[in-house]
Design a protein around this ligand. Sequence first.
Ligand code: MN
Length: 761
Amino acid sequence: MEQLVETLNIDLEQERKDILKKYRRLLRTAKPFLKDNDAKLIKKAFYTSVEAHKDMRRRSGEPYIYHPLAVAQIVVEEIGLGTTGIVSALLHDVVEDTDMRIEDIDRLFGKKVAKIIDGLTKISGRFEYGTSQQAENFRKMLLTLSDDVRVILVKLADRLHNMRTLDSMPRDKQLKIASETIFIYAPLAHRLGLYSIKSELEELYLKYTEPQEYRAISRKLRETKSSRDRFISKFTEPIAEDLEKAGLNYIIKGRPKSIYSIWNKMRKQNKPFEEIYDLFAIRIVLESPQEGDREKALCWQAYSIVTDHYKPNPDRLKDFLSTPRANGYQSLHSTVMSKSGQWVEVQIRTSRMDEIAEKGYAAHWKYKGNDTKVRGNIEQWISQVRETLETGSGDKTAAIEFLDEFRTNLFNEEVFVFTPKGELKVLQSGATALDFAFDIHSEVGVHCMAAKVGGILVPISYVLSNGDQIEIITSNKQKPTEDWLRIVRTSKARARIKDFLKEDNKRYETDGRQLVEKKLKVLGIELTAEVVNQLRAFFESKTAADFFYKIGKGYVQFDELKRFKRDKEAKERKAVTAAVIPPIEGADGKTYTKLLKNIHGDRADSDTLLIGDDMDKIDYKLAPCCNPIAGDDVFGFVTINEGIKIHRTTCPNAAELMSKHGNRIIKAKWESNKDEAFLAGLYISGTDRVGLINDVTRIISNELHINMRGLTIDTKDGVFNGDIRLYVQDTRHLDILISKLEQVEGVYNVQRFDTNLTGSV
Ligand code: MN
């Protein structure tokens, strides 16, 4: 330490003075909120932190204590937290980085602070994008949020200071910390209504990840500032005059939009800076003596003054006064046409609303008790987070999935709807009637049949609109299906459906096992572990559970078990008796033809391989490159090591085989064989609708008794593309299936494909 001080030539006396200066500034800022023993407590936290960090320096060379002091300053000045928040901020790195333990904090500062520090320490691990560790840490962080939101607030302040001092970090760390910030912390700040912190985090992100573009935009903003200022003052002049006349106390701000949002707009619209018009918004902040309806009236009065001078765009009026955003944001937004023909966004709100917009959740505490509507929204959100976390199971993929969904939810806007009794529910935009049902209660969700919106019957997939009043219709017979996962948007509903399906699957699995056991007994086979494994392999299932599930669900028909028995017995025979056919010398078509003649005796066309008939005598396989099925036009190809392979004449390899190895080609024909099933693949596409998968699978399994090996469906923007692999008897069978599927409502194309059938589905 001494050495470091010497080499860096540090003035310790000056540093001590600086530390005290920062500490006094913190106390000054906090003073208006302090009561009783608060100042003493902060002092104690300060000295504890100084002592604990005394030998530590930040990467920049500064004394470490500068950091907790700065975090505490942000916590009080920019977030508006009180003593507990300040004390926690001062101590936030003590347990993580020094010898102090949680028990020490508990003893010195009590349970509340200890709990916050504990939360902060638990989430101190870095969030590495896309890893399960990241997701797990994030989950932990949100769990602490539901305990005490101050954990997140202090964490945000910590992150903000680290971003402000990112200069001293090496480049790779800068990029890592910056992307983490944009990935998680900026959205969280947004969701908690901390508008200025969110903007600054985004701004700093851009500064470090796209330094050139960042500098270019800020230079252009500076260059256009005077002309923008002129425009703003000309635009606001008549409004200010009338506000004055009406005797209103107000401030008008003409704020340029943030560099980050301009950058985003340029990127999204693919336009240069010069073509982005709404570079700023006009904000009218009104001084209002009391809260409540008077505030709203004032805002509308100002709106009326603005629209006396400028024509509003009726589509762009947003009333967040009566229905605040879920993060508590209240304001009146309008876009009006300026004299020079340019649209200008005008935001009108009171100073109380303005403070909430800037400081977010913390500012609500200041107005606690009065504004139950705003607080209610945030508390509703936090309780939603808590519920989702509690339903999500503990495994790692679940954590990653949860993180993804949570982030999606963070960015989504809300839709406001009502219960039949008029209770307001806030769901994410895009939510369906089914989401609403799950939001009311999971029992209502799992039995949801349909809904009534304004008295009109709608399907469960109905997408909610603002102001809808929804009544859910339930039935005891109804229960969730896989399809439901595509209908819901909220993570809560999704988690509940998944839980239900998991339970349900277990039931099918047990049923399946019992059925197989019974059926095999009839066939004289005992269900041993070895047989289970053979079954799994034969039915190409990933796991035994998977196989039993398919049986339980009826995807695999019992007739198939007979085929399994035959196959099993054939394999066992093969193991004892070697091939009937003598070894073939110089495998070519002629040798096989001779052999075929022997087999078929005097039959006409005796050099034709009869597929199905000759199977016991001649070693042949269906070629995987074109997957022939009975009824296809085919030929045999004599391979060197693998016997005869049957190809379709339309096989992509047919031309080459025939032209290069004509002597190894033999004629082949299908013999009727009802018992054999062939793997075939179908592409299916069409427009998506509820129950479509159900209709398709019903035709396949119930109507035509075809066994499916796999089914994947991708849907995007109302269009689905599917890939079905199944076992059919022959081409006629397949043709019937195709024409039936083509008749399903919404399906517009069904096509056979023949490559890669054996790959994973
Ligand atoms: Mn820190």
